[in-house]
Design a protein around this ligand. Sequence first.
Ligand code: PHE
Length: 446
Amino acid sequence: MNEVSKQSQWKTSTGFILASAGSAIGLGAMWKFPYMAGVYGGGAFLLMFLVFTIFIGLPLLIMEFTIGKLGRTYTTAIFGKLSGKKWTNIIGWSGNLAVFVLFGFYSVVGGWIIIYIAQVAMQLVGLGSGTLGSIHFDQVISNPVYTIIGQGIFILITMVIVMLGVEHGLEKASKVMMPLLFVFLILIVIKSLSLDGAAEGVRFILEPRMEDLSMQGVLFALGQSFFALSLGTTGMITYASYAPKEMTIKTSALSIVIMNIIVSLLAGLAIFPAINAFGYKPEEGPGLLFKVLPRVFEQMSFGAGFYLIFLILFLFAALTSSISLLELNVSIFTKNDNRKRTKVAVIGSVLVFLISIPATLSFSSLSGIHFGAGSIFDNMDFLVSNILMPLGAFATTLFVGQLLKMKDLEKVFGRDRLKLFVPWYYLVKYVLPVVILLVFVMQLFK
Ligand code: PHE
Protein backbone atom coordinates (compact mmCIF):
# COMPACT_ATOMS: atom_id res chain seq x y z
CA MET A 1 0.00 0.00 0.00
CA ASN A 2 1.62 3.24 -1.10
CA GLU A 3 1.51 6.26 1.12
CA VAL A 4 0.69 9.45 -0.67
CA SER A 5 3.85 10.49 -2.50
CA LYS A 6 5.58 13.77 -1.75
CA GLN A 7 4.71 15.37 -5.06
CA SER A 8 1.00 14.77 -4.73
CA GLN A 9 0.86 16.55 -1.38
CA TRP A 10 -0.17 20.13 -1.02
CA LYS A 11 2.65 22.14 0.37
CA THR A 12 0.70 24.54 2.54
CA SER A 13 -2.54 24.55 4.48
CA THR A 14 -3.81 27.32 2.26
CA GLY A 15 -3.12 25.17 -0.80
CA PHE A 16 -5.15 22.41 0.81
CA ILE A 17 -8.07 24.70 1.71
CA LEU A 18 -8.12 26.14 -1.81
CA ALA A 19 -8.12 22.71 -3.37
CA SER A 20 -10.79 21.23 -1.14
CA ALA A 21 -12.93 24.34 -1.41
CA GLY A 22 -12.49 24.09 -5.18
CA SER A 23 -13.64 20.48 -5.06
CA ALA A 24 -16.61 21.23 -2.83
CA ILE A 25 -17.86 24.44 -4.38
CA GLY A 26 -19.12 23.88 -7.87
CA LEU A 27 -22.37 22.99 -9.54
CA GLY A 28 -23.76 21.90 -6.17
CA ALA A 29 -24.00 25.38 -4.69
CA MET A 30 -24.61 27.32 -7.87
CA TRP A 31 -26.71 25.13 -10.12
CA LYS A 32 -28.25 22.49 -7.90
CA PHE A 33 -29.12 24.54 -4.84
CA PRO A 34 -31.46 27.00 -6.61
CA TYR A 35 -32.92 24.19 -8.70
CA MET A 36 -33.72 22.09 -5.61
CA ALA A 37 -34.92 25.05 -3.53
CA GLY A 38 -37.22 26.05 -6.37
CA VAL A 39 -38.85 22.64 -6.54
CA TYR A 40 -38.88 21.67 -2.85
CA GLY A 41 -40.22 24.64 -0.92
CA GLY A 42 -38.04 27.76 -1.27
CA GLY A 43 -37.32 29.34 2.10
CA ALA A 44 -38.27 26.21 4.03
CA PHE A 45 -35.84 24.19 1.91
CA LEU A 46 -33.14 26.80 2.55
CA LEU A 47 -33.75 26.53 6.29
CA MET A 48 -33.46 22.72 6.26
CA PHE A 49 -30.37 22.96 4.07
CA LEU A 50 -28.75 25.36 6.55
CA VAL A 51 -29.65 23.20 9.54
CA PHE A 52 -28.31 20.06 7.85
CA THR A 53 -25.18 21.77 6.57
CA ILE A 54 -24.25 23.27 9.93
CA PHE A 55 -25.27 20.47 12.30
CA ILE A 56 -24.61 17.42 10.13
CA GLY A 57 -22.40 18.55 7.24
CA LEU A 58 -19.80 20.39 9.29
CA PRO A 59 -19.16 17.58 11.81
CA LEU A 60 -19.11 15.07 8.96
CA LEU A 61 -16.59 17.14 7.05
CA ILE A 62 -14.41 17.29 10.15
CA MET A 63 -14.80 13.52 10.40
CA GLU A 64 -13.72 12.93 6.79
CA PHE A 65 -10.72 15.25 7.16
CA THR A 66 -9.74 13.41 10.35
CA ILE A 67 -9.80 10.03 8.62
CA GLY A 68 -7.74 11.33 5.69
CA LYS A 69 -5.18 12.91 7.94
CA LEU A 70 -4.90 9.76 10.06
CA GLY A 71 -4.80 7.25 7.23
CA ARG A 72 -2.90 9.07 4.47
CA THR A 73 -3.64 6.67 1.66
CA TYR A 74 -6.23 6.09 -1.06
CA THR A 75 -9.79 5.45 0.00
CA THR A 76 -10.24 1.80 -0.90
CA ALA A 77 -7.41 0.96 1.53
CA ILE A 78 -7.67 3.65 4.18
CA PHE A 79 -10.54 2.10 6.15
CA GLY A 80 -8.81 -1.28 6.40
CA LYS A 81 -5.52 0.35 7.25
CA LEU A 82 -7.00 2.30 10.15
CA SER A 83 -9.25 -0.38 11.60
CA GLY A 84 -7.28 -3.52 10.77
CA LYS A 85 -10.48 -4.87 9.17
CA LYS A 86 -10.19 -5.16 5.44
CA TRP A 87 -13.92 -5.46 4.78
CA THR A 88 -14.42 -1.89 5.95
CA ASN A 89 -12.80 -0.79 2.67
CA ILE A 90 -16.19 -1.40 1.13
CA ILE A 91 -17.05 2.14 2.31
CA GLY A 92 -14.31 3.40 0.02
CA TRP A 93 -15.59 1.34 -2.90
CA SER A 94 -19.12 2.58 -2.43
CA GLY A 95 -17.83 6.17 -2.31
CA ASN A 96 -15.98 5.64 -5.55
CA LEU A 97 -19.05 4.21 -7.21
CA ALA A 98 -20.96 7.30 -6.07
CA VAL A 99 -18.32 9.57 -7.52
CA PHE A 100 -18.27 7.70 -10.80
CA VAL A 101 -22.03 7.99 -11.31
CA LEU A 102 -21.90 11.57 -10.06
CA PHE A 103 -19.33 12.49 -12.69
CA GLY A 104 -21.61 10.89 -15.27
CA PHE A 105 -24.42 13.42 -14.71
CA TYR A 106 -22.17 16.27 -13.55
CA SER A 107 -20.55 16.30 -16.98
CA VAL A 108 -23.96 16.77 -18.60
CA VAL A 109 -24.33 20.11 -16.82
CA GLY A 110 -20.64 20.92 -17.45
CA GLY A 111 -21.42 20.32 -21.13
CA TRP A 112 -24.31 22.81 -21.01
CA ILE A 113 -21.91 25.47 -19.71
CA ILE A 114 -19.58 24.75 -22.63
CA ILE A 115 -22.39 25.05 -25.17
CA TYR A 116 -23.50 28.34 -23.63
CA ILE A 117 -19.92 29.63 -23.76
CA ALA A 118 -19.73 28.72 -27.46
CA GLN A 119 -23.06 30.38 -28.22
CA VAL A 120 -22.35 33.60 -26.36
CA ALA A 121 -18.82 33.82 -27.80
CA MET A 122 -20.24 33.42 -31.31
CA GLN A 123 -22.80 36.15 -30.67
CA LEU A 124 -20.04 38.42 -29.42
CA VAL A 125 -17.89 38.01 -32.51
CA GLY A 126 -20.91 38.45 -34.72
CA LEU A 127 -21.14 34.84 -35.91
CA GLY A 128 -24.21 33.89 -33.94
CA SER A 129 -27.64 35.35 -34.39
CA GLY A 130 -30.01 36.79 -31.81
CA THR A 131 -29.42 38.07 -28.31
CA LEU A 132 -28.72 36.42 -24.97
CA GLY A 133 -32.43 36.07 -24.36
CA SER A 134 -32.81 34.11 -27.57
CA ILE A 135 -30.68 31.22 -26.29
CA HIS A 136 -33.37 28.74 -25.43
CA PHE A 137 -32.38 26.19 -22.86
CA ASP A 138 -34.86 23.60 -24.08
CA GLN A 139 -33.44 23.84 -27.58
CA VAL A 140 -29.87 23.57 -26.30
CA ILE A 141 -30.44 20.45 -24.26
CA SER A 142 -32.66 18.72 -26.75
CA ASN A 143 -29.90 18.56 -29.35
CA PRO A 144 -28.21 15.21 -28.68
CA VAL A 145 -25.18 15.94 -30.84
CA TYR A 146 -24.29 19.28 -29.29
CA THR A 147 -24.86 18.10 -25.76
CA ILE A 148 -22.77 14.97 -26.23
CA ILE A 149 -19.97 17.05 -27.76
CA GLY A 150 -20.28 19.58 -24.91
CA GLN A 151 -19.97 17.00 -22.18
CA GLY A 152 -17.22 15.22 -24.13
CA ILE A 153 -15.21 18.45 -24.07
CA PHE A 154 -15.92 18.90 -20.36
CA ILE A 155 -14.68 15.37 -19.61
CA LEU A 156 -11.69 15.84 -21.91
CA ILE A 157 -10.52 19.01 -20.15
CA THR A 158 -10.90 17.27 -16.80
CA MET A 159 -8.98 14.26 -18.08
CA VAL A 160 -6.07 16.29 -19.42
CA ILE A 161 -5.65 18.16 -16.15
CA VAL A 162 -5.76 14.97 -14.08
CA MET A 163 -3.47 13.14 -16.50
CA LEU A 164 -0.84 15.81 -16.39
CA GLY A 165 -1.26 16.10 -12.62
CA VAL A 166 -1.25 19.90 -12.88
CA GLU A 167 -3.95 20.54 -10.32
CA HIS A 168 -1.51 22.69 -8.38
CA GLY A 169 -1.59 25.25 -11.17
CA LEU A 170 -5.33 25.45 -10.73
CA GLU A 171 -5.04 26.32 -7.07
CA LYS A 172 -3.01 29.35 -7.99
CA ALA A 173 -5.64 30.27 -10.54
CA SER A 174 -8.45 29.76 -8.04
CA LYS A 175 -7.02 32.52 -5.85
CA VAL A 176 -8.14 34.88 -8.60
CA MET A 177 -11.07 33.00 -10.14
CA MET A 178 -13.00 32.27 -6.94
CA PRO A 179 -13.05 35.86 -5.61
CA LEU A 180 -13.99 37.03 -9.11
CA LEU A 181 -16.86 34.57 -9.15
CA PHE A 182 -18.07 36.03 -5.83
CA VAL A 183 -17.93 39.52 -7.31
CA PHE A 184 -19.94 38.42 -10.32
CA LEU A 185 -22.52 36.70 -8.20
CA ILE A 186 -22.93 39.85 -6.14
CA LEU A 187 -23.32 41.88 -9.34
CA ILE A 188 -26.04 39.55 -10.55
CA VAL A 189 -27.80 39.70 -7.18
CA ILE A 190 -27.82 43.51 -7.33
CA LYS A 191 -29.22 43.49 -10.84
CA SER A 192 -31.85 40.86 -10.03
CA LEU A 193 -33.01 42.79 -7.01
CA SER A 194 -33.73 45.79 -9.23
CA LEU A 195 -36.08 43.86 -11.50
CA ASP A 196 -39.88 43.87 -11.42
CA GLY A 197 -41.39 41.47 -8.91
CA ALA A 198 -38.04 41.00 -7.14
CA ALA A 199 -39.55 41.25 -3.66
CA GLU A 200 -41.74 38.24 -4.26
CA GLY A 201 -38.68 36.21 -5.33
CA VAL A 202 -36.74 37.30 -2.27
CA ARG A 203 -39.64 36.25 -0.08
CA PHE A 204 -39.81 32.92 -1.87
CA ILE A 205 -36.22 32.02 -1.06
CA LEU A 206 -35.82 33.65 2.35
CA GLU A 207 -39.16 33.19 4.09
CA PRO A 208 -39.48 29.71 5.59
CA ARG A 209 -43.06 28.63 4.93
CA MET A 210 -42.91 25.23 6.59
CA GLU A 211 -46.20 24.16 4.99
CA ASP A 212 -44.37 24.12 1.63
CA LEU A 213 -41.90 21.54 2.85
CA SER A 214 -42.68 17.89 2.17
CA MET A 215 -40.96 14.88 3.68
CA GLN A 216 -39.38 14.39 0.31
CA GLY A 217 -38.11 17.98 0.46
CA VAL A 218 -36.40 17.22 3.78
CA LEU A 219 -34.57 14.29 2.23
CA PHE A 220 -33.58 16.34 -0.78
CA ALA A 221 -32.28 19.08 1.53
CA LEU A 222 -30.08 16.52 3.27
CA GLY A 223 -28.93 15.22 -0.12
CA GLN A 224 -28.17 18.78 -1.16
CA SER A 225 -25.98 19.41 1.92
CA PHE A 226 -24.09 16.20 1.20
CA PHE A 227 -23.73 16.91 -2.50
CA ALA A 228 -22.52 20.46 -1.98
CA LEU A 229 -19.94 19.46 0.62
CA SER A 230 -18.93 16.30 -1.31
CA LEU A 231 -19.75 14.19 1.77
CA GLY A 232 -20.17 10.44 1.95
CA THR A 233 -18.15 9.86 -1.20
CA THR A 234 -14.78 9.76 0.56
CA GLY A 235 -13.77 12.67 -1.66
CA MET A 236 -12.83 14.85 1.24
CA ILE A 237 -10.99 11.92 2.86
CA THR A 238 -8.79 11.66 -0.22
CA TYR A 239 -8.07 15.37 -0.30
CA ALA A 240 -7.18 15.38 3.39
CA SER A 241 -4.86 12.43 2.83
CA TYR A 242 -2.87 14.68 0.48
CA ALA A 243 -2.79 17.57 2.97
CA PRO A 244 0.34 18.73 4.73
CA LYS A 245 0.71 17.58 8.33
CA GLU A 246 0.11 21.05 9.70
CA MET A 247 -3.30 21.43 8.07
CA THR A 248 -5.91 22.50 10.58
CA ILE A 249 -8.97 20.35 10.31
CA LYS A 250 -11.52 22.56 12.02
CA THR A 251 -10.54 25.82 10.35
CA SER A 252 -10.46 24.17 6.93
CA ALA A 253 -13.84 22.52 7.41
CA LEU A 254 -15.45 25.66 8.78
CA SER A 255 -14.16 27.84 5.95
CA ILE A 256 -15.46 25.43 3.35
CA VAL A 257 -18.88 25.25 4.98
CA ILE A 258 -19.13 29.05 5.23
CA MET A 259 -18.04 29.59 1.62
CA ASN A 260 -20.47 26.96 0.47
CA ILE A 261 -23.38 28.55 2.32
CA ILE A 262 -22.51 32.00 0.99
CA VAL A 263 -22.30 30.81 -2.62
CA SER A 264 -25.59 28.89 -2.30
CA LEU A 265 -27.32 31.95 -0.86
CA LEU A 266 -25.91 34.23 -3.53
CA ALA A 267 -27.03 31.83 -6.23
CA GLY A 268 -30.52 31.79 -4.74
CA LEU A 269 -30.62 35.58 -4.49
CA ALA A 270 -29.31 35.91 -8.04
CA ILE A 271 -32.03 33.74 -9.48
CA PHE A 272 -35.31 33.94 -7.58
CA PRO A 273 -35.75 37.74 -7.57
CA ALA A 274 -35.41 37.61 -11.36
CA ILE A 275 -37.87 34.86 -12.18
CA ASN A 276 -41.05 36.95 -12.08
CA ALA A 277 -39.72 39.61 -14.42
CA PHE A 278 -39.16 36.99 -17.12
CA GLY A 279 -42.19 34.84 -16.48
CA TYR A 280 -40.42 31.79 -15.10
CA LYS A 281 -41.52 29.62 -12.21
CA PRO A 282 -39.36 28.48 -9.28
CA GLU A 283 -39.95 24.84 -10.14
CA GLU A 284 -38.31 25.15 -13.55
CA GLY A 285 -36.00 22.19 -12.69
CA PRO A 286 -32.40 21.57 -13.78
CA GLY A 287 -32.56 24.36 -16.39
CA LEU A 288 -33.44 27.12 -13.89
CA LEU A 289 -30.04 28.84 -13.75
CA PHE A 290 -29.46 28.45 -17.49
CA LYS A 291 -32.83 29.98 -18.31
CA VAL A 292 -32.81 32.92 -15.92
CA LEU A 293 -29.23 34.23 -15.91
CA PRO A 294 -28.90 35.13 -19.62
CA ARG A 295 -32.05 37.22 -19.24
CA VAL A 296 -30.57 39.06 -16.26
CA PHE A 297 -27.32 39.74 -18.11
CA GLU A 298 -29.30 40.93 -21.08
CA GLN A 299 -30.53 43.82 -18.91
CA MET A 300 -26.95 45.02 -18.26
CA SER A 301 -24.77 47.12 -20.51
CA PHE A 302 -22.09 44.89 -22.05
CA GLY A 303 -24.27 42.02 -20.82
CA ALA A 304 -23.03 39.44 -23.32
CA GLY A 305 -19.39 40.15 -22.46
CA PHE A 306 -20.09 39.93 -18.73
CA TYR A 307 -22.13 36.79 -19.20
CA LEU A 308 -19.25 35.18 -21.07
CA ILE A 309 -16.82 35.99 -18.28
CA PHE A 310 -19.33 34.66 -15.74
CA LEU A 311 -19.71 31.42 -17.71
CA ILE A 312 -15.95 30.94 -17.82
CA LEU A 313 -15.72 31.43 -14.05
CA PHE A 314 -18.64 29.04 -13.59
CA LEU A 315 -16.91 26.48 -15.79
CA PHE A 316 -13.76 26.87 -13.75
CA ALA A 317 -15.71 26.19 -10.53
CA ALA A 318 -17.28 23.10 -12.10
CA LEU A 319 -13.91 21.86 -13.34
CA THR A 320 -12.20 22.13 -9.96
CA SER A 321 -14.95 19.78 -8.75
CA SER A 322 -14.93 17.38 -11.70
CA ILE A 323 -11.17 17.08 -11.41
CA SER A 324 -11.59 15.86 -7.87
CA LEU A 325 -14.23 13.38 -9.05
CA LEU A 326 -11.88 11.87 -11.59
CA GLU A 327 -8.90 12.11 -9.28
CA LEU A 328 -10.72 9.98 -6.73
CA ASN A 329 -11.32 7.19 -9.17
CA VAL A 330 -7.79 7.48 -10.52
CA SER A 331 -6.13 7.38 -7.10
CA ILE A 332 -7.65 4.03 -6.16
CA PHE A 333 -6.41 2.33 -9.30
CA THR A 334 -2.97 3.93 -9.48
CA LYS A 335 -2.69 3.35 -5.73
CA ASN A 336 -0.78 6.62 -5.68
CA ASP A 337 1.78 5.27 -8.16
CA ASN A 338 2.01 8.11 -10.64
CA ARG A 339 3.39 6.02 -13.53
CA LYS A 340 -0.08 4.54 -14.16
CA ARG A 341 -1.82 7.91 -14.02
CA THR A 342 -2.25 8.54 -17.75
CA LYS A 343 -3.64 5.12 -18.57
CA VAL A 344 -6.07 5.06 -15.66
CA ALA A 345 -7.24 8.63 -16.28
CA VAL A 346 -8.00 7.85 -19.91
CA ILE A 347 -9.88 4.62 -19.18
CA GLY A 348 -11.83 6.27 -16.35
CA SER A 349 -12.81 9.20 -18.55
CA VAL A 350 -13.97 7.01 -21.40
CA LEU A 351 -16.16 5.03 -18.99
CA VAL A 352 -17.60 8.21 -17.52
CA PHE A 353 -18.29 9.51 -21.01
CA LEU A 354 -20.19 6.31 -21.81
CA ILE A 355 -22.44 6.53 -18.76
CA SER A 356 -22.99 10.23 -19.30
CA ILE A 357 -24.58 9.61 -22.69
CA PRO A 358 -27.87 8.14 -21.40
CA ALA A 359 -27.93 10.95 -18.80
CA THR A 360 -27.76 13.63 -21.46
CA LEU A 361 -30.14 11.86 -23.78
CA SER A 362 -32.70 11.83 -21.01
CA PHE A 363 -33.30 15.44 -22.06
CA SER A 364 -33.79 14.49 -25.71
CA SER A 365 -34.17 11.10 -27.41
CA LEU A 366 -34.64 9.21 -24.14
CA SER A 367 -36.91 11.78 -22.51
CA GLY A 368 -39.80 9.33 -22.62
CA ILE A 369 -38.10 6.99 -20.17
CA HIS A 370 -39.37 7.67 -16.67
CA PHE A 371 -39.07 5.46 -13.63
CA GLY A 372 -38.28 5.73 -9.89
CA ALA A 373 -37.15 9.31 -9.30
CA GLY A 374 -37.96 10.51 -12.84
CA SER A 375 -35.71 10.59 -15.93
CA ILE A 376 -32.41 8.72 -16.24
CA PHE A 377 -30.61 11.91 -15.21
CA ASP A 378 -32.87 12.32 -12.15
CA ASN A 379 -32.33 8.72 -11.15
CA MET A 380 -28.55 9.03 -11.34
CA ASP A 381 -28.70 12.14 -9.17
CA PHE A 382 -31.12 10.48 -6.74
CA LEU A 383 -28.96 7.37 -6.45
CA VAL A 384 -25.90 9.45 -5.61
CA SER A 385 -27.25 12.34 -3.54
CA ASN A 386 -30.10 10.65 -1.70
CA ILE A 387 -28.85 7.08 -1.36
CA LEU A 388 -25.11 6.52 -1.77
CA MET A 389 -23.99 9.74 -0.08
CA PRO A 390 -26.17 9.43 3.04
CA LEU A 391 -25.39 5.72 3.32
CA GLY A 392 -21.68 6.39 2.84
CA ALA A 393 -21.75 9.03 5.53
CA PHE A 394 -23.79 6.77 7.82
CA ALA A 395 -21.31 3.91 7.40
CA THR A 396 -18.40 6.27 8.02
CA THR A 397 -19.90 7.50 11.30
CA LEU A 398 -20.24 3.89 12.44
CA PHE A 399 -16.67 3.22 11.35
CA VAL A 400 -15.32 6.17 13.30
CA GLY A 401 -17.53 5.65 16.34
CA GLN A 402 -17.14 1.90 16.66
CA LEU A 403 -13.78 0.96 15.16
CA LEU A 404 -11.41 3.86 15.72
CA LYS A 405 -9.81 4.79 19.01
CA MET A 406 -10.89 8.05 20.55
CA LYS A 407 -7.34 9.00 21.46
CA ASP A 408 -6.08 8.51 17.88
CA LEU A 409 -8.79 10.81 16.63
CA GLU A 410 -7.97 13.35 19.30
CA LYS A 411 -4.33 13.43 18.20
CA VAL A 412 -5.16 14.76 14.74
CA PHE A 413 -8.06 16.96 15.87
CA GLY A 414 -5.60 19.78 16.54
CA ARG A 415 -5.50 22.52 19.16
CA ASP A 416 -8.76 22.51 21.00
CA ARG A 417 -9.14 25.68 22.99
CA LEU A 418 -12.91 25.54 22.80
CA LYS A 419 -12.99 21.94 24.00
CA LEU A 420 -14.90 20.75 20.96
CA PHE A 421 -13.38 17.33 20.57
CA VAL A 422 -15.52 15.43 23.07
CA PRO A 423 -18.88 16.84 21.93
CA TRP A 424 -17.88 16.32 18.30
CA TYR A 425 -16.88 12.73 18.99
CA TYR A 426 -20.15 11.84 20.72
CA LEU A 427 -22.13 13.61 18.05
CA VAL A 428 -20.45 11.47 15.39
CA LYS A 429 -20.66 8.31 17.44
CA TYR A 430 -24.25 8.46 18.67
CA VAL A 431 -26.31 11.27 17.22
CA LEU A 432 -25.42 11.56 13.53
CA PRO A 433 -25.84 7.90 12.58
CA VAL A 434 -29.34 7.93 14.08
CA VAL A 435 -30.32 11.20 12.43
CA ILE A 436 -29.02 10.20 8.99
CA LEU A 437 -30.72 6.86 9.23
CA LEU A 438 -34.00 8.47 10.28
CA VAL A 439 -34.07 10.90 7.38
CA PHE A 440 -33.06 8.12 5.07
CA VAL A 441 -35.73 5.69 6.27
CA MET A 442 -38.42 8.36 6.11
CA GLN A 443 -38.11 8.45 2.34
CA LEU A 444 -39.36 4.88 2.22
CA PHE A 445 -42.63 5.97 3.80
CA LYS A 446 -43.12 9.20 1.91
N1 PHE B 1 -19.47 19.21 -4.10
C1 PHE B 1 -19.30 19.25 -5.50
C2 PHE B 1 -20.20 20.34 -6.06
O1 PHE B 1 -20.98 20.88 -5.37
C3 PHE B 1 -19.56 17.90 -6.14
C4 PHE B 1 -18.72 16.80 -5.60
C5 PHE B 1 -19.29 15.73 -4.91
C6 PHE B 1 -17.33 16.81 -5.76
C7 PHE B 1 -18.50 14.70 -4.41
C8 PHE B 1 -16.53 15.78 -5.24
C9 PHE B 1 -17.13 14.71 -4.57
O2 PHE B 1 -20.16 20.69 -7.17
